[in-house]
Write a protein that binds this ligand. Structure first.
Ligand SMILES: [Zn+2]
Length: 295
């Protein structure tokens, strides 16, 4: 049975039709503002799904959001980049309209579902995914079940506080890790301190400069914090910042060695540097939906 996987990002909207074997039969990527252009985002979304699927048959829809979600995973709670989706009954409305089960999740959980499948990781134990894009996304899977927490907001490592920081985060708090260590922080340094360097050359030209090094160290603080609390079986690391030209992976690994508790879990720590495939989010959506709905 085919699944429609959807990834609603701050900039791009991806939609794909994925078969039983996780082959992408059809994929579309468009600017998010071309999809949501009326005052009824759920009508816009269902119209887009109908337009994309046309006569194709599918048995479920899975939608990923860059957001915190309610514990039942039926509504977006807070999404600074797509605030128009907040508090709407997404699953309920789409299920009625399109007559198939609709599941929604944080986009990072779909990324982790994809990576666990791709790297054939076992369901047993704790598996963490940390993805460095504009912000820092985090998903935690325990014995095959994504950790949601009491209110749906577990796994927000990007929002742990950084001592002394005065940066305002997209979530509204001051001094969150992702305001100091995500792609947005790198872009800010580029703009303020290195206007002559393109963002793509930041690591090539300035990896050893204090402020850039500080970003790499703070990126590792996310890993070390999570590993020292959870002692996971595997840690998956990915996202656009890792894929930037000349990302200083040796420096990153040296900070890992400095900050993770010794001798264990450091000596046995299993880190996988995950790729960033273009269809990752929609295939991850399909894998997640099949596991959850048992289809
Ligand atoms: Zn924050």
């Amino acid at each position: 049975m085919n699944v429609v996987g959807i990834d609603i990002g701050g900039t791009n909207f991806r939609i794909g039709l994925v078969d039983d074997s996780q082959n992408v039969l059809k994929l579309e990527k468009v600017p998010v503002k071309t999809v949501f252009n009326s005052d009824d985002p759920l009508l816009d979304l269902s119209n887009k799904i109908i337009e994309f699927t046309k006569e194709e048959k599918y048995g479920a829809i899975a939608i990923g959001f860059p957001a915190t979600m309610n514990v039942d995973r039926t509504r977006v709670v807070q999404a600074p980049n797509i605030a128009f989706m907040e508090n709407l009954p997404v699953c309920e409305v789409l299920e009625k309209k399109l007559n198939v089960p609709v599941v929604a999740e944080r986009d990072v959980t779909f990324a982790l579902s994809y990576d666990m499948h791709k790297y054939e990781l076992p369901n047993e134990g704790i598996i963490c995914g940390i993805y460095y894009g504009t912000g820092i996304g985090n998903a935690i899977c325990i014995n095959g079940v994504p950790l949601t927490g009491q209110h749906g907001c577990a796994g927000e490592i990007g929002h742990i506080p950084v001592f002394g920081s005065t940066e305002v985060c997209g979530c509204g708090n001051v001094g969150c890790l992702e305001a100091e260590a995500g792609g947005k922080a790198l872009a800010k340094i580029q703009k303020e301190d290195y206007p002559e360097t393109s963002i793509g050359d930041m690591f090539t030209k300035h990896a050893n400069d204090k402020k850039v090094k500080n970003i790499v160290e703070l990126m590792v603080n996310a890993v070390a914090t999570e590993v020292n609390i959870l002692d996971p079986a595997y840690v998956l690391l990915g996202g656009g910042v890792f894929k930037m030209k000349d990302f200083p992976i040796e420096m990153f690994n040296e900070f890992i060695r400095q900050k993770v508790r010794k001798p264990l879990p450091l000596n046995e720590l299993k880190i996988i540097y995950a790729d960033d495939e273009i269809d990752k989010s929609v295939v991850g959506a399909s894998i997640y939906a099949r596991n959850k709905l048992k289809i």
